[in-house]
Write a protein that binds this ligand. Structure first.
Ligand code: AHR
Length: 306
């Protein structure tokens, strides 16, 4: 019925080239730049037109970026939603306008928008598992004894929520591991440094730092050094992403380990859209496999990093 059709995902015609939108969150770190480059390079390779927007760290701007893509009648929208709640409405608006949406790397609140209904699918890492892997490495490294400061990602974002859940739940198995402070550094290096400086004053006895991304870990390392501590010796630091600067910090003995979060979405993103247009059944989630870097492989992996 017309009603059922109106409820379903918008169809996408099979065409030689598409005009697609990529609504990026921000461009203030190497991970975001690598993701954008991958989306641009692959569009070029396919000969597709890419409408690119950068929300510059504002969920409100990202909502209006999606609006402008709808107004430009792009064939499909790839969205990296900065925060889980505010972007759910943008997803529904695109669907109502007949434009299929694929979520990249971050997701929206599952209570507000659903895969296979409001958007085609989510492509990205398993953030809960990333947090668990960081916790597992830290538990082994410290023999289950650590006084931990946690630097959280952007408040209200799926990676911050899930990386916290994964890590915090995992370390509950170890009575000797305890998080004494947990605060957002907004996934940014300088914010991570500032927050760490403040938290260090209240918790000078810290022995470990878990940062939700490498940029904040590198900021924390700078703060530790400024406070006269030796990261890698007095304080064990673990994080997530696997960017080049982080691998270098592992080689330098300052960062303990980083769980990879793969930013190279281009090929998988467009291939999924082509399959969708063909009428293939697309799963609700497409999970990227992630590597793991520590002192054993950081040097050998440096050239594969960004
Ligand atoms: O959503 C993925 C996270 O977003 C990356 O870990 C972080 O560096 C980025 O800003």
């Amino acid at each position: 019925s017309a009603f059922a059709l109106a409820q379903g995902l918008p169809k996408l015609a099979q065409k030689k080239t598409y005009k697609v939108g990529f609504a990026q969150t921000e461009s203030n770190n190497p991970w975001r730049l690598a993701q954008t480059k991958s989306m641009q390079d692959e569009a070029k390779k396919l000969g597709w037109q890419l409408v690119y927007t950068d929300a510059a760290g504002s969920a409100a701007k990202q909502v209006s970026d999606v609006d402008s893509m709808i107004a430009q009648r792009v064939d499909a929208i790839f969205l990296a939603p900065r925060e889980e709640k505010p972007l759910a409405a943008a997803v529904k608006k695109a669907r109502a306008a007949g434009i299929p949406v694929i979520l990249l790397d971050r997701t929206v609140d599952p209570k507000l928008a659903k895969p296979g209904v409001d958007y085609v699918t989510f492509i990205g890492s398993d953030f809960v598992q990333e947090g668990q892997r960081a916790a597992d490495w830290l538990a082994k490294k410290t023999n289950g004894k650590a006084t931990i400061i946690e630097l959280e990602g952007t408040t209200g974002s799926s990676p911050a929520n899930d990386r916290k859940t994964g890590f915090d739940t995992y370390i509950k198995k170890f009575p000797g591991m305890k998080i004494v402070a947990s605060q957002s550094g907004d996934f940014a290096r300088d914010k991570g440094r500032q927050v760490m400086e403040t938290l260090l004053q209240a918790h000078p006895d810290v022995t470990a730092v878990y940062a939700h991304n490498d940029e904040m870990a590198l900021g924390a390392i700078a703060a530790l050094e400024a406070a006269g501590k030796q990261p890698g010796k007095d304080v064990t630091v673990v994080s997530i992403d696997g960017e080049k600067d982080a691998l270098q910090a592992i080689i330098d003995g300052k960062l303990g380990a980083t769980v990879e979060c793969n930013p190279r979405f281009g090929p998988k993103a467009y291939e999924t859209l082509i399959r969708y247009a063909r009428g293939d059944k697309i799963p609700a989630k497409i999970i990227n496999p992630d590597r793991f870097f520590d002192a054993n492989n950081a040097k050998a992996s440096l050239s594969t990093s960004y």
